[in-house]
Design a protein around this ligand. Structure first.
Ligand SMILES: Cc1ncc(COP(=O)(O)O)c(C=O)c1O
Length: 415
């Protein structure tokens, strides 16, 4: 009998679709393409030699343990040094409050698995990190989008939406947010909004999922305390990662949460992969314990600041009038808003023809919208490549403006 695989797939598998964006991004790997699309750290900044030394050390001292299964919670020594690091960020935690995960992406999925039934609702400020939307979407959850403003989230809109949802009997399980140097917008949530979110979460009884991969990559100004640092009632699940400050290939992230939540997350992780890559955990432990991480963070922050400044300068000098952009104070992304006559999905094909790529802004809006925006990454490319890429992009935008000039604003479906 010929197997009818469609009949056998679970409902969950059936709703998994290749993201159009990720498919398009494959094209960006062709030779000569300048890609501002991926969210990649700069490989020249990877501390290759120190990692080599850490590995040598592991071979001398810990190799048998490093090759063995580990506990689901993660390597005790690594959790210990992370707890100390987190305390410096005013997050009050002990090593028993920390679960090591296979990247922050797994942390997101585990949180979804523990809190979202099919049809459940979560909130997020938009534009939102695509990977979180994918993880929660795979669990058949509904997303309620809250617009962002220059304080990171439109609090009035959040309150209005919560009241509206309440009237229809919908109680969101959590609000997902990247409060510092957000992916994709580069924006940062204000101190007052961080505190206010805790009050609102308490009033409407939902959790806050705080995703914090970028806060160490700070270029100017003061770093703001994590939302988690104001959490006295156990409402915040905090997560971060080594991906942006050390190396994404290690696949190491961590979650800090109230213990009763952590226990469930540990069980969910056990069912998923038993434990995080132990060898990687030893590398990260040796690296942090050796005192290298702070110097590394300082080095990449300096490098990325220079790249941000360069990209902003090139944008300012080359992009036509009517284009707006964010000025991120840290992180890896700039958010561009083009004149309303331009649809960045249509522009994307033309940009690829000129061998330059970005991520279409619409992709970061789970409910659609913002057809005239795009995300640019400045951390990955070499300086000369940034100059040439922005020049090409400016050309494509200018040509598009000529053809769409005087036309009605483009109205995408659902806008
Ligand atoms: C906001 C955000 N959360 C989570 C992740 C996933 O990170 P990791 O490599 O640790 O899985 C990323 C990666 O780009 C991200 O930007």
């Amino acid at each position: 009998m010929v197997v009818n695989i469609e009949r056998l797939f679970s409902t969950r598998a059936k709703i998994l679709r290749a993201s159009e964006i990720r498919e398009l991004l494959k094209i960006t790997q062709v030779p000569g393409m300048i890609s501002f699309a991926g969210g990649l750290p700069n490989p020249d900044a990877f501390p290759v030699e120190v990692i080599h030394d850490c590995i040598e050390d592991i071979f001398k001292e810990d190799i048998k343990n490093a090759l063995q299964y580990g506990t689901t919670e993660g390597l005790t020594q690594l959790r210990g040094v992370l707890a100390e690091r987190m305390k410096k960020k005013h997050i009050n935690c002990e090593l028993h409050d920390i679960l090591i995960t296979s990247g922050a992406q797994q942390a997101l999925f585990l949180v979804g698995l523990c809190f979202l039934d099919p049809g459940d609702t979560y909130l997020t400020n938009v534009p939102a990190y695509l990977g979180a939307v994918q993880a929660f979407g795979a669990l058949e959850a509904n997303c309620e989008s809250i617009p962002m403003n220059d304080e990171g989230i439109d609090i009035d809109s959040l309150r209005r939406n919560l009241e509206r949802l309440r009237r229809t009997g919908i109680y969101p399980k959590f609000l997902y947010t990247v409060p510092t140097f957000q992916n994709p917008s580069g924006e940062t949530m204000s101190l007052s909004h961080r505190k206010e979110l805790i009050e609102i979460a308490s009033k409407y009884d939902f959790l806050i999922v705080e995703d914090d991969p970028y806060s160490d990559l700070i270029f100017e100004g003061k770093s703001l305390p994590a939302i988690k640092s104001f959490d006295t009632k156990g409402r915040v699940i905090y997560m971060s990662t080594f991906s942006k400050i050390l190396a994404p290939g290690l696949r190491l992230g961590w979650i800090i949460s109230p213990r009763e939540i952590l226990e469930k997350l540990i069980l969910a992780k056990q069912a998923t992969d038993l434990c995080t890559n132990v060898f990687s955990q030893y590398i990260a432990y040796k690296y942090v314990n050796g005192g290298y991480l702070d110097k590394q963070v300082e080095k990449i922050s300096k490098m990325y600041k220079r790249k941000r400044d360069l990209m902003l300068k090139e944008i300012k000098n080359n992009f036509p009038k009517g284009v707006k952009w964010t000025i991120p104070k840290g992180g890896m992304f700039i958010w561009i808003t083009l004149p309303q006559s331009i649809n960045t999905s249509i522009l994307f094909r033309k940009a690829l023809n000129k061998k330059v790529a970005y991520v279409v802004g619409d992709a970061f809006f789970p409910e659609g919208g913002n057809y005239n925006s795009m995300r640019l990454n400045f951390s990955y490319s070499d300086d000369e490549v940034i100059k040439e890429g922005i020049r090409r992009l400016a050309e494509v935008i200018k040509e598009e403006l000529k053809t769409t000039y005087k036309k009605e604003p483009f109205l995408a479906e659902g806008v």
